[in-house]
Write a protein that binds this ligand. Structure first.
Ligand SMILES: CC(C)(COP(=O)(O)OP(=O)(O)OC[C@H]1O[C@@H](n2cnc3c(N)ncnc32)[C@H](O)[C@@H]1OP(=O)(O)O)[C@@H](O)C(=O)NCCC(=O)NCCS
Length: 176
């Protein structure tokens, strides 16, 4: 796969032996923006806990965690995490994404989300949903470009540097 700058990247499903690199990447990404729910320093996962999480994702068809690699390094992650496998809720999964700041705007996010939409279609998921800060203009643009629609506003969803911020609820209905 090729980015907008011509660089080649690969996307693969996270395996248990990626757990340490995944932890390191996610931890570093917390310092690169204030758009994620977890604040810098709040990630208290041990390697063993992360390995169990990754195995859990592999075992659950409503979950799928992808990593994007450039020259062997993780530069982006995108996860589908089904909240609930009960009959009435098992058609929905939640999408989360973060890309290394030095790669923003090159199409990594778009490639990752397209892969997740393909995965959702393959396994019969019907809806992807997410929350995104209303002031995260790049992310809102990316989600709309991938077909997500704004479904509502979650007021006072986050407290950032003493200021309450709203989120959009966004959703993508997978073609039946
Ligand atoms: C949001 C994020 C995942 C996007 O990843 P990315 O690899 O930069 O995404 P892409 O390059 O595929 O697409 C970004 C798009 O937003 C556009 N964009 C960037 N800043 C923008 C802005 N301020 N206003 C409007 N559009 C903007 C880019 O031009 C690009 O659109 P285009 O391809 O039509 O030109 C990345 O910025 C990130 O990790 N941010 C921090 C974590 C985060 O916010 N995660 C999402 C939480 S809901």
């Amino acid at each position: 796969m090729r980015l907008k700058n011509g660089e080649i990247v690969t996307i693969k499903t996270t395996q248990v032996n990626d757990a340490q690199a995944l932890l390191d990447f996610f931890n570093a990404s917390l310092y690169e923006s204030d758009s994620l729910t977890t604040a810098p320093g709040e990630l208290n996962l041990t390697l063993e806990m992360e390995e169990r999480l990754v195995q859990g994702w592999i075992d659950n068809k409503n979950c799928n965690n992808l990593i994007c690699l450039h020259e062997g390094e993780i530069i982006g992650i995108c996860g589908l995490h089904g909240k609930d496998n009960r009959k009435r809720l098992g058609h929905i999964t939640n999408l989360g994404i973060t890309v290394s700041k030095s790669y923003w705007g090159l199409g990594v996010g778009y490639l990752l989300i397209q892969e997740q939409i393909n995965y959702a279609k393959r396994v019969g998921l019907k809806k992807l949903d997410l929350e995104v800060r209303t002031d995260n203009l790049g992310a809102v643009h990316l989600y709309k470009k991938c077909g997500f629609e704004i479904e509502g506003t979650h007021k006072m969803a986050a407290l950032i540097d003493g200021e309450y911020k709203d989120n959009y609820f966004m959703g993508l209905i997978i073609d039946l």
